[in-house]
Design a protein around this ligand. Structure first.
Ligand SMILES: CC(C)(COP(=O)(O)OP(=O)(O)OC[C@H]1O[C@@H](n2cnc3c(N)ncnc32)[C@H](O)[C@@H]1OP(=O)(O)O)[C@@H](O)C(=O)NCCC(=O)NCCS
Length: 196
């Protein structure tokens, strides 16, 4: 369903029903593969890997899935969040550091190059946080590239802090290798300000 309008040309959809998820799946995959080919990740995501990520995350109760769409119905940005317990490998890295049961994980965020720098990334973070059940959840975590990158500044400006915890993630790269890159965890304690 329509969540909000962004500037004059984009709309943000909050996908909840199986029909909505099926309708946007392929367009998410197309955009995901383009976005993560670029820096800092340089990933060569296959259709299968991108589709697996979508199916896994959106298949769990509590997922918050947003797509930003242009007038040509292209997905120009997306954001997916899930309860941390859904992503067991990620959760395992944070054992003892956050209360797993009460923590959300900002799993995916991307904006197509041509649409960056307009504040869309920030909105896709903020809107997901607003949609979390603040009576149940107290923390939000995410991973960013450990190579210093502006996306970490973006999260910092929104109140996320460096947890000093790292995780190596292995993926196919555009240079033909399968190699790992280092991600840094950041976290934030939810407060009343986040629902405004
Ligand atoms: C990170 C990303 C989603 C940001 O999207 P965006 O729509 O450009 O973000 P915004 O316009 O809301 O930017 C917010 C702020 O961060 C800065 N910023 C974010 N990403 C930046 C980038 N790649 N280069 C330069 N500045 C960037 C902007 O300067 C802006 O600062 P300001 O609000 O003070 O002007 C986008 O660059 C992207 O998809 N990158 C590749 C995938 C990725 O890194 N995803 C995040 C994984 S955690």
């Amino acid at each position: 369903m329509l969540l909000s309008r962004f500037d004059d040309d984009l709309r943000i959809e909050h996908l909840q029903t199986p029909e909505e998820l099926a309708n946007w799946r392929q367009r998410f995959i197309d955009s995901y593969r383009v976005i993560f080919r670029g820096p800092p990740y340089l990933e060569d995501m296959t259709e299968e890997l991108a589709g697996f990520s979508w199916d896994y995350l959106t298949g769990h109760p509590g997922h918050i899935t947003l797509v930003a769409v242009n007038p040509e119905e292209v997905v120009v940005g997306f954001g997916i969040a899930v309860p941390l317990t859904v992503t067991r490998l990620v959760a395992a890295q944070l054992a003892g550091l956050v209360p797993h049961k009460y923590t959300y994980y900002l799993a995916e965020l991307g904006v197509l190059d041509a649409y960056r720098g307009r504040g869309l990334g920030r909105v896709l973070i903020h809107e997901r946080i607003k949609l979390m059940d603040h009576k149940l959840y107290s923390h939000v975590v995410l991973r960013v590239s450990a190579k210093r990158h502006p996306s970490a500044d973006l999260y910092e400006s929104m109140g996320f802090v460096d947890m000093g915890v790292y995780m190596d993630v292995s993926n196919p790269r555009i240079d033909g290798t399968v190699s790992s890159d280092r991600r840094l965890f950041m976290s934030k304690v939810l407060s009343l300000v986040d629902v405004e």
